[in-house]
Write a protein that binds this ligand. Sequence first.
Ligand code: TGC
Ligand code: FAD
Length: 397
Amino acid sequence: HPAFDWEDPLASKSLLTEDELAISETAERYCQERMLPRVLEAYRNENYDAKILSEMGELGLLGSNLEGYGCAGVSTVASGLITRAVERVDSGYRSGMSVQSSLVMGGIHEFGTEEQKQKFLPKMAKGKMLGCFGLTEPNHGSDPGSMETTARPHPTKKGYLVLNGAKTWITNSPIANVLMVWAKFHETGKIRGFLVERKDCPAGTLETPAIKNKNGLRASITGMIQMDNCPVPEANMFPDVEGLSGPFTCLNSARYGIALGTMGALEDCIARTRAYALERRQFKNNPIAKYQLVQKKLADAVTDAAYGTLAAIQVGRLKDEGKATPEMISMIKRQNCDRALSNVRVLQEVFGGNAVSDEYGIGRHVANLFVTQTYEGQSDIHSLILGRAITGLQAFV
Ligand code: TGC
Ligand code: FAD
């Protein structure tokens, strides 16, 4: 009978097409050869190298599942295999890519006018123009529907609106050329989406200070968006979408990417732990991998990585057939983030004191995976989304 493969225990590769396998290999090669050597320095010094996005653009990895406008048009599963390859190196690098690809390019592709698509997407696909997604505010995170940011007519300039308000914890905001900002529209009080171009904002109307000294996701760059009568042309507003379905549609894609992405981080921790446990010897010169308690930790982690991967592939297939529901995406985002975090916290124990050294990489993944469990809907919020779908009763308020 066939041999058991601890790196792909339930043969998930057998569910992939030849194209998907080739895309996954290209992404894994780039990430291991080009990204991995940079991550330790980036994480230590909180130093995000924006060149990474242009390198990914060269390889066609940005906005990869979008059709046209210089994008590759691959399957949802293939785009998830890219996020998995990136997150195997670091969740922060995956964050920078998810925001560019799923949230900003995905939003423009879904809701933009033809002119907006032509203007932004080809440059963004090459990583020559960088984007960020501003939904969360200092007083409104899990409940973005209560946001305070407003869009009102410009006091003097015809055809322009002004944005006022603040967004916080925004990945890529300090380096973004185009900022997708969600704000309440003056006439209706409904949430609308705006594409703010930094180059067109007069001094003092737009500030994007970095949030420094993070204790997770240090290889990504995070900041605020502060808008004080920030002008934006009416032509830069999404024409038809209003309400939370705009930002949440973008989030469906990004949350899918996180579900498969976090499996990459978990798999990297499994590989590192296995290698360490086979090498490290304690008590009668035995490798600690020989001890049952260590083996159980690996068995749990390998099982959760395999289950999480299969579930994400299934939801990706359904998404491409138009049969995925947002609740399915909540389920895999919540489960995969929770299981990845819970397992890596346990695997960390196998490294003993060495877990405390950043050279071993495991502590970095633990800190990062806490963030993945928190952003794009904290896990308890996804529990409530699922609970509402199961019972028909709303628990948020
Ligand atoms: P609710 O009544 O549930 O819905 C309001 C409107 O939105 C629609 N909708 C969706 N549409 C598409 N996809 C989804 N997943 C959708 N979920 C909801 C819904 O149909 C309705 O439409 P309409 O036309 O009837 O108005 O709204 P609520 O205010 O009760 O929402 C509650 C809750 C908890 C579900 C929601 O607010 C939530 O998910 N909160 C979590 C917030 C969140 O995820 N923030 C993410 C910020 S971005 C980010 O974190 C990026 S990190 C990126 C990185 O670095 O990788
Ligand atoms: P809160 O909403 O204050 O929640 C705090 C706790 O209370 C959570 O555990 C939550 O589950 C719980 N809670 C809240 N309401 C309920 C309830 N009704 N019932 C039960 N429990 C509840 N946002 C963006 O818009 N764009 C980005 O690019 C972005 N990038 C980010 C990058 C990083 C590094 C981080 C840390 C965050 C980022 N975020 C971004 C913000 C992120 O989406 C929010 O942090 C997240 O949605 C949670 O909101 P909050 O931090 O305000 O927590």
